[in-house]
Write a protein that binds this ligand. Structure first.
Ligand code: ZN
Length: 330
């Protein structure tokens, strides 16, 4: 399905089967000498077919088409190898480019595994998730030489449009939005979504991803955005939503802090199991493994935030780290 957003600017709806996000908004801008495709979908048949037919309907010629990724996640980057013609370029933030190449080479796998197991995530469950996840949906073998890393503030010109890179780390280490000043329009990627909350997880070699995210929300608030183009679902009021997301995480932090005050000595996995989750499942035990993995990541990002700000501390117990509140006397 295609929707015209502005002159020479279109949205292609790419379904994400069996995924709570439902669909990806892929954007296509027609330029003078070249066109730009923004975000593509998982490396799955359903995504590939929808994108292919959308691009055919728009008469998009592969040899004119560059690709821009708002961030490294597989539902955005998975199909790059299928849609990039020889000699064309793939743009994404410099930080996410380096991180994506690390993920694809397997360089972060052991450290991610260790972080999760030392925080109490069951080893057997983790191994099962790792086997199915990475190899299936990421575009393995992305050629780094064809990718061009973007810095904060860097401009891409496509026809009538001028896209300014706004680096907003948090959702991923080098997540980016793209600001079109003349149109007062922000391509928000997954940094600001409107009827779902962007997942904030703990990343290897990132100390404080939730702190980064909240900082990025405040940084992005200053832009006079009148129209937003999110990567999933419908757009909405940008400034209102940014404020809501800040408040959401303040509440979430309080919620996690209270769990630790009420029951000191729990592992992160046990804390995650006691948090409130918006998922249609009767109890933590019936959560699908992948949802447990997302929940655990989100829980860890909140624990890191509280720990770095000396609200809580952790000690190494026999099976995992366990968490305690800092009492005022300490
Ligand atoms: Zn994402």
């Amino acid at each position: 399905m295609i929707e015209k957003i502005m002159d020479d600017f279109y949205r292609i709806s790419v379904p994400l089967p069996k995924n709570p996000l439902k669909e990806l908004n892929s954007y296509f801008i027609r330029g003078d000498e070249s066109d730009l495709l923004i975000d593509l979908g998982f490396r799955m048949h359903a995504c590939r077919d929808a994108l292919e037919s959308g691009l055919a309907e728009l008469n998009s010629a592969p040899e004119r088409r560059d690709i821009l990724l708002t961030h490294l996640h597989a539902d955005h980057s998975g199909l790059v190898n299928d849609f990039i013609a020889p000699g064309r370029r793939i743009f994404l933030s410099d930080i996410d480019l380096r991180y994506l190449l690390r993920i694809i080479s397997g360089d972060t796998r052991a450290a991610t595994h260790l972080r999760f197991t030392t925080e109490g995530f069951p080893d057997e469950l983790l191994s099962r998730i790792e086997k199915t996840n990475l190899t299936k949906i990421y575009a393995l073998g992305v050629d780094g030489a064809r990718c061009q890393g973007l810095l904060d503030g860097e401009i891409l010109n496509i026809g009538a449009y001028r896209l300014q890179t706004v680096l907003v780390p948090g959702h991923t280490p080098g997540n980016a939005m793209f600001w079109m000043e003349e149109q007062k329009t922000m391509i928000t990627g997954d940094h600001v979504l409107f009827d779902i909350t962007p997942n904030i997880t703990a990343w290897v070699d990132v100390e404080d991803s939730l702190g980064d995210y909240i900082h990025s929300l405040k940084k992005g608030f200053d832009y006079p955005v009148e129209h937003s183009l999110p990567s999933h679902r419908e757009p909405g009021n940008y400034h209102e939503r940014v404020n809501d997301l800040i408040v959401h995480h303040e509440h979430r932090l309080e919620h996690v802090h209270n769990i630790i005050i009420d029951a000191p000595g729990l592992s992160a996995y046990e804390i995650a199991s006691r948090m409130k989750w918006k998922i249609r499942s009767k109890s933590w035990d019936t959560f699908p493994p992948m949802q447990k993995w997302f929940a655990m990541g989100e829980c860890l990002s909140h624990l890191d935030y509280l720990r770095l700000r000396k609200k809580i501390y952790r000690i190494q117990a026999e099976h995992a780290y366990i968490y305690y509140p800092h009492t005022p006397a300490e």
